[in-house]
Design a protein around this ligand. Structure first.
Ligand code: BYC
Length: 316
């Protein structure tokens, strides 16, 4: 077969693929897809799955110190849900031919990213409220769009995850409301948590569109349906009235409603801080990776036992 023939066959397949995307078709694992689409999805989905696993740590830190049995049960369930989310997304990434063990190694050896937000410490119980409200709230805004993305297994995983994230956000906002209506000390505690998490939550949506190298391609292939800045704006618009409802202030003197656009304008995000954290120099980066490595090593015997059990049953 001549090289020209192979190239024109590939070109035809690519054209058909782009046409399918344009007409709103959902791409399934066995369908033809460009290698670049597969690679981009594996990158994004594995980083998303890693974020869920690392994201268990900041809240896991407060399970033993929850202020009541009810709060402890809810927090335990939430952290367990995050493990489940990681599992769904790793499984969805496997449908693209990725190997879960390899993806996980990339997290452990620092070659894969995970969300910047989880590299900050959880200093008080109020952080549990604000993480649910802001971090899960931001995740819902981002993932509601991903639930309509062009890759079937990722989109379907997102539908279920978004339902659980809604519960997470509500439990967080309930903690926030309780503390905001509590004693003076409780009010100070929750305001302090809001001040520490606000800007970092805005950074979760990724760099500004003009500095986002992956966005154009991902939007053309309908993996991303809205840009980083569009989603960030939606989160701000949704959250400002929620803060007002519980009498908390967001730490941004430039927040102002623009009557013309119908959106809340916000101040400058410190992108130097963001990139510094993404590069591994945030307050908790080293501790997060250390904790994940330790958990992986401690789980060696479980993986070995599962492999031995499966081999025994294959032998019959
Ligand atoms: N942190 O070209 P861009 C949760 C990287 S967990 C770190 O805009 P893209 C939860 C980006 O990877 C939810 N890195 O990228 C869990 C890229 O580097 P590479 C987590 C970031 O992919 C437990 C570079 O910057 N959600 O909800 O077009 C408890 C340039 O960026 C970040 C997801 O993972 C960041 N924040 O857009 C509670 C959602 N932002 O890979 C809650 C799925 C960007 O080229 N992911 N970078 O080396 C996405 O939607 C997109 O990947 C992003 C970035 C919007 C995050």
């Amino acid at each position: 077969m001549s090289e020209d023939f192979i190239i024109s066959e590939e070109g035809k397949k690519l054209e058909e693929f782009e046409q399918r995307i344009k007409s709103g078709d959902i791409i399934e694992p066995k369908d033809w897809m460009p290698e670049r689409y597969r690679k981009q999805l594996i990158r994004m989905m594995s980083q998303h799955a890693h974020s869920e696993y690392v994201g268990m740590l900041p809240e896991g830190n407060w399970i033993t110190r929850a202020p009541s049995l009810r709060r402890k049960m809810i927090l335990l369930a939430k952290v367990q849900d995050e493990a489940g989310h990681g599992l769904y997304i790793y499984s969805a990434a496997e449908t693209l031919g990725a190997e879960r063990g390899e993806l996980y190694q990339q997290l452990l050896n620092g070659t894969a990213k995970y969300s910047s937000i989880f590299n900050y410490p959880t200093l008080s119980w109020a952080d549990m409220g604000v993480i649910g409200w802001f971090v899960d709230g931001a995740a819902i805004v981002n993932q509601t769009m991903l639930a309509k993305c062009s890759y079937g297994p990722y989109a379907r995983a997102m539908v279920r995850i978004c339902k659980e994230e809604n519960f997470h956000k509500k439990q967080g906002y309930e903690i926030v409301g309780t503390l905001a209506n509590g004693t003076l000390r409780q009010k100070e505690m929750i305001q302090d948590a809001v001040n520490r998490w606000w800007w970092q939550s805005l950074m979760m949506f990724g760099p500004p569109d003009k500095d986002s190298p992956n966005s154009a391609e991902l939007m053309r292939w309908k993996v991303k349906l809205k840009s980083n800045d569009e989603l960030r704006q939606r989160f701000v618009d949704l959250t400002v009235p929620q803060a007002e409802a519980v009498n908390l202030t967001l730490p941004d003197p430039d927040l102002k409603f623009d009557e013309k656009t119908g959106h809340w304008d916000y101040g400058k995000i410190n992108w130097d801080e963001f990139w510094n954290v993404v590069k591994g120099n945030g307050p908790m980066n080293k501790e997060r990776i250390r904790a994940r490595r330790e958990a992986h090593e401690n789980g060696t015997w479980v993986r070995e036992a599962a492999i031995a059990y499966s081999a025994k049953h294959k032998r019959g």
